[in-house]
Design a protein around this ligand. Structure first.
Ligand code: GRF
Length: 197
């Protein structure tokens, strides 16, 4: 049975594009929706150009009422009969209420080797700490931020002259390899973590 995937993003969506490109042929999943909290997100324009359905719920009118924002998201998802949610550069924290409804069916990519560097500015923090390697992690989403069971990791070396930008670019390349590899397994019900290289 083909798994129906929604991809959530807030920005350019390079991870979304890599996921969409991977879901072809024998792949057990297909992208049926690209969702954003930002009407200007570049990933929304790209998805539309590819004929993929999109939905946008701007979070700003909801202010601090996260529950109301998430209730609107949940309502928009219903017609698409979504089986799995992939967060891919989605920059809003989801409450335990929403996360609980998608337990075991929502995954996220985070640009660090969790459990190190949860939260933001991961590359600057890794450089500040003098790390010799960095990378990215795909994990199941649980109510605690960047904390769920790890489904995959990819490592990259930190170079002496790295800046947060050069390190981010090196990690992002690996994100585009790791996330599709994990989704292919996760969509087939395989939760065994994979480690690259
Ligand atoms: C990536 O670094 C990802 O790890 C983080 O946000 C960024 C998303 O980039 N969650 P993109 O929008 O997929 O290009």
């Amino acid at each position: 049975m083909t798994r129906r995937v929604a991809i959530f993003l807030s920005g350019g969506g390079s991870n979304m594009r890599a996921l969409v490109a991977s879901m072809t042929g024998e792949h057990p999943a297909r992208p049926v929706l690209v969702f954003s909290n930002d009407p200007e997100a570049g990933g929304i324009a790209w998805a539309r150009s590819q004929g993929i359905a999109t939905e946008v719920v701007d979070h700003r009118p909801f202010g601090k009422d996260r529950a109301a924002f998430e209730a609107e998201i949940a309502a928009r998802l219903v017609p698409y009969r979504i089986d799995l949610i992939c967060l891919a550069g989605f920059m809003r924290v989801l409450t335990a209420g929403f996360v609980g409804q998608w337990a075991g069916r929502m995954i996220n990519i985070h640009p660090s080797l969790l459990p190190k560097y949860r939260g933001l500015h991961t590359h600057a923090r890794a450089l500040e700490a003098g790390e010799k390697e960095a990378g990215c992690t795909v994990h199941e989403v649980t109510p605690a931020l960047d904390d769920g069971p790890i489904l995959g990791q990819a490592r990259v070396p930190v170079l002496a002259d790295d800046t947060p930008e050069t390190l981010a670019a090196r990690v992002l390349e690996q994100e585009h390899v790791l996330y599709p590899a994990v989704l292919r397994r996760f969509a087939a019900g395989d939760r065994h973590p994979i480690y690259l290289p």
